[in-house]
Design a binder for this molecule. Structure first.
Ligand SMILES: [Zn+2]
Length: 583
């Protein structure tokens, strides 16, 4: 999206999952695991093995890049020190005594400095001009800082970081944080210091601590990439770069699936798409599992990949699976056709699985990128619908699936399409919005409290469903005028669409007394905003909060002593909670 001088494939969008994995990947103390993350271990090892050094000037990371590097044994051989320059205006005296650098950094933040559009390659359209200009200023800031520090400190490399970790700075269109990273150094045999690699990291949320971790790890990884550019003979685990190539990086993923629904009725085109050897496939196993790759995103194999063949015991089974594929849409600039492919529940996956594995769609979909989330849910919806709609609901005749498998047509000509049943989910707060009413269902572990939910009944509108469900489940009345739509989420388990609201009780009720329906709810309470905020943070640190073993392990080693967790990010209930917390 922005300048990428790093010719390596840039993974600029780091997900929360990445951070969580870092935090949960060690059995040592939480503090140790949160500092000496894998990217920093790799950076220090790479610097040590090539006897090179680096320095750091960081802003929104607040010293985390430095402390992470210093927490790796042996860092004293590669790192002498760095600077935290949070306020450019006030940090002049910290900048190596370089007043000219201070002037240049100040100028980089002025509006006039953003004229140089050459630095930006294909900035996402959804960002406002104000946001783009702000990012642009950080591009210049980090370049100036990295170049100057590399010279002043006489080190081989300098990492510079500038950005915004949280909601303090909120240009229109950017509620989550971002950081621009730059690494300066000298190419092998050259005397001049230059910017070797630069990267924009866009976060998907505004949690400051998580974002600082995200940016710091990205900085460590970028520095290793820059080292490879400076000296390609350094031993690396990644592919060799094409140094002539300037790449932009797709940091946000395409947000929506191109469903190409207009092609579904064109039999010729569909035939052609079904025959494409480069077609990609979402593999759905049984009703509830989907194939993921080693990066924990969807694995979308083509028919040419031998792995796909290993999933079928007989040629007939393969033929049947191919014929029953559902056309989901097209991917990327190549418009590669994308299909859902169904495998029976008892399919054996060979050990030579290309690092792919099947995972529970319901629990893992929220952790996927927005595009992969949509693809996984769409594939699951079609596969489950086709499995449960073998006969016409009007006349009972068998159906065949037409229009790329997206429509069921019976022998009498009746046609049917998949449905999504609306259900509401609502975060209830008191009128002052200082407390939220969260409840625990019998299906959930004892620490997990969430928003109230239920199906919309025939003839009922959403707002009435909200008021009815809240009253039925906890005996509380909400103010009809306060019911606000927030967001929605497809939930094809088996065929729901969750529609999320915030609703307030009447002011006169204060913290209204709760009277739960024991059939639906085990417990419901009013929680203070600060307690929910802390629970949300604990949840993010914990990872899979629906997995009791994960939580019990964190309790056993003393990393978590709390009693309240909320749903993980990516789940609509959490979106409602976060929306309220950010009010
Ligand atoms: Zn029929």
């Amino acid at each position: 999206m922005i300048v990428i001088r790093s010719p390596l494939r840039a993974r600029a969008l780091y997900s929360l999952r990445h951070v969580k994995r870092q935090l949960s990947s060690t059995t040592n103390s939480q503090q140790q695991s949160s500092l000496a993350t894998q990217p920093f271990q790799r950076l220090v090892e790479t610097l040590k093995s090539s006897t090179q050094t680096c320095t750091i000037i960081e802003s929104s990371c607040g010293g985390l890049i430095s402390s992470s590097l210093m927490s790796v044994p042996g860092s004293s051989r590669v790192y002498f020190g760095g600077t935290v320059a949070y306020s450019t205006k006030r940090a002049g005296k910290l900048l190596c005594g370089d007043e000219e650098l201070h002037d240049r950094l100040l100028k980089s933040t002025s509006p006039a400095a953003s004229d140089d559009d050459n630095m930006i390659v294909g900035v996402e359209e959804h960002l406002s001009e104000e946001t783009k200009a702000y990012i642009q200023s950080k591009v210049k800031w980090t370049q100036e800082a990295a170049l100057s520090y590399c010279k002043h400190m006489d080190t081989d490399f300098t990492i510079a970081e500038g950005g915004a970790t949280g909601p303090t700075f909120h240009p229109e269109g950017m509620k989550a944080g971002f950081a621009v990273l730059a690494v300066a150094g000298r190419r092998s045999g050259q005397d001049d210091v230059e910017i070797l690699a630069q990267k924009l990291v866009l976060s998907t949320h505004g949690d400051r601590e998580m974002n600082m971790r995200l940016y710091a790890d990205a900085a460590a990884e970028l520095c290793v990439e820059a080292m490879n550019i400076a000296n390609p003979s350094i031993e690396m685990t990644t592919e060799q770069p094409d140094t002539n190539q300037v790449q932009s990086t797709n940091v946000t993923d395409k947000l929506y699936l191109d469903r190409s629904s207009h092609l579904r009725s064109d039999a010729e085109v569909m035939k052609e798409l079904y025959n494409r050897s480069d077609a990609q496939h979402v593999i759905v196993k049984g009703a509830s599992e989907v194939l993921l790759g080693s990066d924990d995103q969807l694995s979308l194999p083509t028919l040419e990949q031998p792995f796909l063949g290993t999933l079928f015991e007989t040629d007939d089974a393969k033929k049947e699976a191919l014929e029953n594929r559902t056309f989901l849409g097209r991917l990327g600039d190549e418009q590669t056709p994308l299909f859902a492919m169904y495998l029976p529940e008892d399919t054996n996956v060979s050990s030579d699985s290309n690092n792919s594995y099947f995972a529970n769609t319901r629990s893992r979909a929220p952790m996927l990128s927005p595009l992969h989330n949509e693809i996984a849910l769409t594939a699951t919806a079609y596969v489950n619908w086709r499995d449960s709609h073998r006969f016409c609901t009007r006349c009972g005749s068998p159906v065949e699936f037409v229009q790329g498998g997206t429509c069921a047509k019976c022998t009498s000509g009746h046609m049917a399409w998949p449905r999504q049943d609306p259900s509401i989910i609502v975060l209830v707060t008191n009128a002052e919005s200082t407390h939220a009413l969260l409840a625990r269902s019998p299906r959930h572990p004892s620490y997990l409290y969430t928003a109230l939910a239920g199906f919309v009944e025939p003839g009922e509108n959403m707002e009435t469903a909200v008021a009815r469900e809240v009253h039925e489940e906890v005996g509380v009345n909400v103010n009809h005028h306060s019911i606000n739509y927030i967001s929605s989420q497809a939930w094809p388990f088996p065929q729901s669409c969750m529609i999320g609201f915030h609703a307030k009780t009447n002011a006169a009720d204060g913290l209204a007394s709760i009277n739960i329906d024991p059939e639906e709810i085990v417990d419901a309470r009013w929680f203070e905003k600060e307690d929910v905020y802390l629970a949300a943070r604990d949840t993010d640190m914990m990872g899979a909060v629906l997995d009791r073993q994960v939580v019990e392990a964190q309790q056993a080693n003393g990393n978590w002593t709390g009693s309240l967790l909320v749903p993980s990010k990516g789940v609509l209930a959490r979106t409602l909670v976060d929306h309220w917390l950010e009010e």
